[in-house]
Design a protein. Structure first.
Length: 430
């Protein structure tokens, strides 16, 4: 049985436990090998929504910055319309994400996006609240676009910068940083990284759309060239720090899908940097008029980078624990306890324990209780609610809030005068 859910960083994930009746086990084997995958159409739809939202927000934030600081005269009608177009993409995609998240996380079909009960559930999540805040901020941002002629005024600039930071923060709040132990550090790195990408790639998109306006001003392009250079340095530092933090080192970078896509993204960014260096040299020698083709090539590559980013944020940055059951057999004082934990990963898990005698006699235990703790995080022992399902067989559903080596203890009373303690360590993955 597969059970869709949402991870700590608000991305839909899927766990499973298996059972079989009779001899048919093909589906069970597939699930235990971790090959079960969500097959509904909302996966691809959500990736497209995320891509459109990223492209829109990057162009909007980066475009406003270059209009605010780099434009030597009033922006053209095409530049203004491009900013409004980016704003429209950003807000429409955010609204679509708000409706699509519930069905996406629940694993239901595309037509359930209009289910208001799922929308109500979404609004109780961090994703729903952050997305609603982003929509509100974008609505407020429209006032800045309406008064863009005041872009040189200090108050306008303060509001523009503050709103840009807040919008970027709503994206980081539902990304990988929110699932990290060092939340504040990871969150800050992610926000700074996104803003730097906006300054570089977002402004590049606007320049490409309205080349006639921007490529006639040497001063504007020199400003962008300098700003992009600083942005690339910030992107490199924050990107490396984030990769080390999220992936817990780079030892799995060639193994995990997250790492493989990240490598492709890095290679494309290096290509962009190389083309940018050539463009900067051309700009200084011959002026911006010779950059017509190079900015288009840069923008197309940057668009691919944004697409890969939209895919990466939905992938786990660390190796995921298997869904297969973890089994133990512990012998103590003439008794044997057969213990199964399914799955041994963060989230909900099912525990089965069967008590038997090593001497072959069958006697029903007087009582069986259990407790669990996580010494590495100083989490003290808490009771496990065991339910007797058959003679000497007990089950429980527990929640592992953190990964690590959990200690589970079982106190078994074979008779009123004797208590036997069984202790097992269960390695719980993410």
């Amino acid at each position: 049985m597969s059970t869709p859910n949402a991870s700590a960083d608000s991305h839909p994930v899927q766990g499973s436990f298996a059972f079989s009746i009779g001899t048919s086990s093909s589906d069970v084997t597939r699930i235990l090998n971790n090959d079960a995958r969500q097959g509904h159409g909302l996966n691809n739809l959500f990736n497209i929504i995320r891509f459109v939202m990223f492209a829109g927000i990057l162009t909007l934030l980066g475009g406003v910055v270059i209009v605010m600081f780099g434009a030597q005269k009033a922006p053209s009608i095409r530049t203004r319309m491009s900013l409004w177009g980016a704003w429209t993409l950003a807000i429409v995609a955010s609204i679509q994400a708000l409706f699509a998240y519930g069905p996406h996380a629940s694993g239901v079909k595309v037509y359930n996006v209009t289910d208001l009960s799922l929308l109500s559930d979404t609004m109780t999540t961090t994703f729903g609240q952050a997305t609603l805040l982003r929509i509100s901020l974008l609505l407020g941002f429209s006032l800045l676009l309406m008064t863009i002629s005041s872009r040189s005024k200090r108050l306008w600039r303060l509001f523009a910068v503050g709103a840009s930071i807040a919008i970027a923060a709503t994206l980081s709040a539902v990304g990988h940083p929110s699932g990290e132990s060092l939340v504040a550090l990871s969150f800050t790195l992610d926000v700074v990284h996104f803003l730097a990408v906006s300054l570089w790639i977002g402004a590049l998109f606007l320049i490409t759309i309205d080349r006639k306006f921007w490529l006639q001003s040497t001063q504007s392009m020199l400003w962008f060239s300098r700003a992009a250079g600083y942005a690339v340095a910030v992107i490199a530092v924050t990107g490396i720090a984030q990769a080390l933090l999220l992936m817990d080192g780079l030892h799995n970078v060639f193994v995990l899908e997250y790492g493989q896509k990240l490598l492709v993204k890095v290679l494309l960014v290096l290509v962009l940097v190389a083309i940018g260096a050539l463009s900067r040299s051309t700009l200084r020698r011959n002026g911006p008029a010779k950059l017509q083709q190079s900015v288009v090539v840069e923008a197309l590559i940057a668009l691919i980078v944004v697409g890969i980013s939209a895919l990466i944020v939905a992938l786990p940055p660390r190796e995921q624990a298997s869904n297969a059951p973890v089994q133990f057999s512990v012998k103590q004082s003439g008794l044997i306890a057969d213990i199964t934990v399914t799955p041994a990963r963060v989230g909900s898990a099912e525990i089965h324990v069967s008590i038997g005698s090593l001497v072959g006699s069958f006697a029903q235990m007087t009582s069986v209780s259990a407790r669990m703790s996580l010494p590495s995080k100083s989490i003290p022992s808490g009771p496990i609610d065991l339910v007797r399902t058959s003679p000497n067989h007990y089950t429980a559903v527990v929640n592992f809030p953190f990964s690590g080596l959990w200690q589970i203890q079982y106190l078994v009373k074979p008779d009123p005068s004797r208590t036997v303690l069984f202790t097992t360590d269960v390695k719980v993955g993410e």
